[in-house]
Ligand binder design. Structure first.
Ligand code: PLP
Length: 305
């Protein structure tokens, strides 16, 4: 049995009226860990458990770390999450709530990650937040569910951080015979690593990332995400932090679901479609969710924008 749940697929009246399109929402914000990450990470953790691993190690202070902690608790295996000092109290609390061990180390993520890697023993599995074929396969299940409902999208809108979600969505589209259905890949301006790679037609690393959409803050997308962008229709779109935050607030009002700015980035395009997106009618928006931003935090960021 999988650790993730099948999530609702619903037509959104408010988003359809705002955009003039038929907007359908795949509500992965409703996964028990609060984001789509549980699909891939749950599948990866199950596979590693079957290989005999006894402990999972993660260095994500975000939704990936929370998903690993959730998966470990469900599987009855130990979880250690090493996070940098910058990680919010809320994120640490959400990880501890799953009975995972939290170790705070280093000023930035790469220091936490280095310690996490150094701790790896024989019986441990390191769970990468986005760059693992097991994750992409697991994420692809969201598209299988859409297909099983008999719904076929004309276009798909998805947020991009390290590109694990994009890779999973593309894999899911491919395995359901939708390899030519265009994917609109959305990033915030301060973390537009896919946009940069696509513009230069090669995988490149940004020097810095700076965005309120912390779950999108990867300096470089994984190779697989870049490959997909070159091998099938993928359109890169960049929104401002402000637009992502506004979309979070509007979505809360419209659908009564609070999501992170990372997810707000994708919603921002759905609320205000570009001419390119307007060529399509039935648009599937992946509501990837995210639990690390409170409403207070989102409102503070908005006020500061
Ligand atoms: C991780 C995450 C993303 C980005 O996913 P990637 O696989 O890193 O591209 C987007 N939204 C939320 C809420 C996330 O947790």
């Amino acid at each position: 049995m999988s650790l993730h749940i099948e999530t609702p697929l619903l037509a959104s009246r408010p988003l359809s009226l705002a955009s003039g399109l038929d907007i359908w929402l795949k509500l992965d914000a409703l996964q028990p860990s609060g984001s789509f990450k549980l699909r891939g990470i749950g599948a990866a953790c199950q596979a590693y458990a079957q290989q005999g691993k006894r402990r999972f190690i993660s260095s994500s202070g975000g939704n990936a770390g929370i998903a690993v902690a959730y998966a470990g608790r469900c599987l009855g295996l130990a979880v250690t999450v090493v996070v940098p000092e910058t990680t919010t109290e809320r994120a640490k609390q959400l990880i501890r709530q799953e009975h995972a061990e939290v170790i705070v180390h280093g000023k930035a993520w790469h220091e936490a990650n280095a310690l996490a890697l150094s701790m790896l023993g024989e019986d441990d599995a390191y769970i990468h937040p986005f760059d693992d074929p097991l994750l992409w396969q697991g994420h692809a299940s969201m598209i299988d569910e859409v297909a099983a409902k008999g719904f076929s999208p004309d276009a798909v809108v998805v947020a991009v951080g390290g590109g694990g979600l994009l890779s999973g969505v593309c894999e899911g589209l491919a395995r359901n015979g939708w390899g030519q259905v265009p994917v609109f890949a959305v990033e915030t301006a301060g973390a537009a690593s896919l946009a940069a790679a696509m513009a230069q037609r090669q995988l490149i690393a940004l020097e810095t990332v700076n965005t309120v959409a912390t779950s999108l803050a990867a300096k470089q997308v994984c190779q697989r995400a870049f490959q997909w962008s070159q091998a099938r229709p993928v359109y890169s779109h960049v929104v401002s932090d402000q637009a992502a935050l506004d979309a979070c607030e509007q979505f809360l009002l419209d659908q009564r679901i609070l999501v992170e700015p990372a997810c707000g980035a994708a919603l921002a395009l759905a609320y205000a479609p570009t001419a390119a997106l307007k060529q399509y009618q039935k648009v599937l928006v992946i509501v990837c969710g995210g639990v690390t931003a409170t409403l207070d935090q989102i409102r503070q960021w908005r006020a500061a924008c």
